[in-house]
Design a protein around this ligand. Structure first.
Ligand SMILES: [Zn+2]
Length: 365
């Protein structure tokens, strides 16, 4: 029997090849009248075509950069105010979706964006309607209430119900053009979401099941999509796995591996997925317990050792960084300290203090 738990999932999910072509119907269903579309520059041309096709899209903000800045979210919010929009659509990877979420949350407020970013002002009680459309298979941001925004060099992971999308449109066809490197690191990010949701202290039986299926699908399909980006069946499996990974950690939250990813990204500019992959197999070994063994069994593996080996093999296949010496000059005590104080470290099932993290990083020297 499962222990007591609470589970809720408020996002309406539209999944399938070609689902993005029906965005107008999704907007109709949500009774959206005027929406701002938020995306990166690579999507700017398609976004203006969409604006011509879909009457509800009243403006496009296509200036989202990787590691999105607060200034971008503030600009998108200003555009939404100017056009009296009632919705924001984020199309892209985590950066575009997180910018859309933050912008939608602050539009009804009257304080500067920085006051909400710093937590000096509470977010307005009602956000604009948020619709998320992932174009990579990794972040799971389309089904979480997390928004990761930077202001200068300060990067904040904010967690608030106002950031929760109303709808997610997950169309695997949008991921066909993702490069092999990004395919690998976003796939490993999705794997990290599933595993961390499972071993998080706040895990629960439903998210454990979702996590196991996400891991199984990633193990089966990640190399295929890495080698041949046009493999539609592998792409669809990874889009689904990324969605399941997002659902796996949306309530339990991530833990040690994501806590370590922040100093790794901030100091050595590792992209989020590669930074998570860097310690993922180490944490599989550290957090190995009965529940993780059960996940491995459900995912078709012999156990946690095989899972750690498979993660290592993915990293080697794509030539990802696996040792601290690959990063350059690393002050291990400082890195261990930064990871130890990250709030997500508290969710790790095995307590990881500075000394334990130093030992882990020493082994990755
Ligand atoms: Zn992540």
């Amino acid at each position: 029997m499962a222990n007591d738990f609470i589970y809720a999932q408020p996002v309406k999910i539209f999944f399938g090849e070609g689902s993005f072509d029906r965005l107008d119907a999704v907007l109709d269903e949500l009774k959206v009248r005027r929406a701002v579309l938020v995306c990166g520059r690579h999507f700017a041309a398609e976004a203006s075509l969409l604006q011509k096709k879909i009457p509800q899209i009243c403006a496009v903000f296509s200036d989202v950069e990787p590691n999105p800045q607060l200034s971008g979210a503030a600009e998108a919010a200003a555009l939404a105010r100017k056009h009296e929009a009632d919705a924001v659509i984020g199309v892209g990877g985590g950066s575009a979706m997180d910018t859309a979420k933050f912008a939608a949350a602050i539009v009804p407020g009257d304080a500067p964006a920085e006051a909400y970013f710093r937590g000096e002002k509470p977010l307005p009680s009602q956000a604009l309607t948020i619709v998320c459309v992932p174009t990579t298979a990794g972040t799971g941001s389309e089904v979480t209430q997390v928004s990761v925004i930077s202001h200068g060099t300060e990067k904040r992971t904010m967690n608030h119900p106002s950031f929760m999308p109303k709808a997610a449109v997950v169309d695997p066809l949008l991921t066909l053009t993702v490069s092999p490197y990004t395919t690998m690191i976003t796939g490993l990010d999705a794997m990290a979401h599933a595993l961390e949701g499972c071993w998080s202290k706040n895990h629960q039986p439903i998210t454990d099941l979702l996590a196991a299926e996400a891991v199984r699908l990633i193990l089966e399909n990640l190399s295929a999509a890495y080698r041949d980006g046009s493999d539609r069946s592998a792409r669809a499996a990874l889009s689904y796995a990324s969605l399941l990974g997002g659902l796996s950690f949306a309530m339990p939250k991530t833990a040690g591996c994501h806590a370590c990813s922040y100093p790794l990204s901030e100091n050595w500019h590792l992209p989020h997925g590669e930074a998570c992959a860097f310690t993922l197999d180490s944490f599989v070994r550290i957090n190995a317990d009965k529940r993780l063994e059960e996940l491995c069994r459900r995912a078709g593996l012999s156990g946690t050792d095989e899972l750690a080996e498979r993660i290592r093999a993915f990293k080697q296949e794509a030539g990802l960084k696996t040792r601290l010496s690959d990063l350059g000059e690393v002050d291990i005590p400082a890195l261990a300290k930064a990871a130890a104080v990250h709030p997500l470290m508290k969710n790790n099932p095995v307590p990881m203090d500075e000394a334990a993290l130093r030992e882990m990083f020493e082994a990755l020297r």
